[in-house]
Design a protein. Structure first.
Length: 255
């Protein structure tokens, strides 16, 4: 109903403008009597209409396409905040506890002191080398560790599926790859059922799946904090106080 009223208004407006143009040209003809000049003027402007349309169409398409792309990326960055609150931070904390290779992540405890150049440097480093990951826990603790990870993924499975079904994520390959890696890890763990009979070879295979997830998690976490630091500096305080790489992090504000 609303679209019909808006369309009728546009039609009436176009008719009024067309009639107004005829009145103006007719008045000029009556006053000055220069009919040939009026016709030449009309034809000249009619000839430029396709060119005007072409220029405006390309210009508007470029501007609108850029704005739409920026709006989609903004939505994805906001979704990333929900992702880390719901799932990402917990997984990073659990993985970091057992990771024997912490060279690439040990300086993430001091992220509160970073500026934009520090974020860019770290993102470049993570993209080129990835975060190395290897579980360093006794054999008798593997079952508990895998049960913990599987429990986290199982609880948030519907949340992950809803995210991956979001068409906007097609605009950000890195985040989509992270979600797919998480769903794959969830399937690997779910198919095994019990973890008590997992041998060293099978555990090493799972370690590879976890490494894939961990590398992407770390990269996206740093990217998200860079986004907060640039656009929402008042929000980054909470992210720092809940830093999953800092075992001493405390959500409470202290002097």
């Amino acid at each position: 109903m609303r679209d019909s009223k808006e369309s009728n208004w546009k039609i009436r407006f176009a008719i009024i403008m067309f009639i107004l143009a005829i009145i103006i040209f007719l008045a000029r003809y009556i006053i000055f009597g220069d009919g040939e000049e009026i016709i030449a003027y009309i034809w000249k402007h009619i000839g430029f209409i396709p060119i005007d349309i072409l220029i405006v169409a390309f210009l508007l398409e470029g501007i609108m396409g850029k704005k739409e792309h920026e709006a989609i990326l903004e939505k994805i960055d906001m979704l990333m905040g929900t992702f880390f609150s719901e799932l990402g931070n917990d997984l990073i904390a659990e993985f970091s506890k057992v990771n024997v290779n912490k060279i690439n992540t040990e300086n993430l405890k001091d992220i509160r002191l970073w500026d934009e150049k520090d974020y860019d440097k770290k993102l470049k480093e993570l993209k080129n080398t990835n975060s190395d990951f290897k579980v360093d826990i006794p054999k008798e603790e593997r079952e508990e560790f895998l049960n913990k990870i599987h429990s986290i993924l199982l609880e948030k499975r519907e949340f992950l599926i809803n995210l991956i079904n979001n068409p906007n994520l097609l605009e950000k390959d890195e985040f989509s790859s992270l979600l797919l890696a998480l769903l794959h890890l969830d399937e690997e763990l779910s198919r095994r059922g019990e973890f008590s009979n997992i041998d060293a070879t099978d555990f090493n295979h799972l370690n590879g799946d976890i490494k894939r997830v961990y590398s992407r998690l770390v990269y996206e976490w740093v990217y998200y904090l860079k986004y907060l630091n640039k656009h929402y500096p008042y929000m980054i305080s909470l992210a720092i106080r809940t830093n999953p790489f800092d075992s001493e992090a405390d959500v409470h504000v202290k002097e």
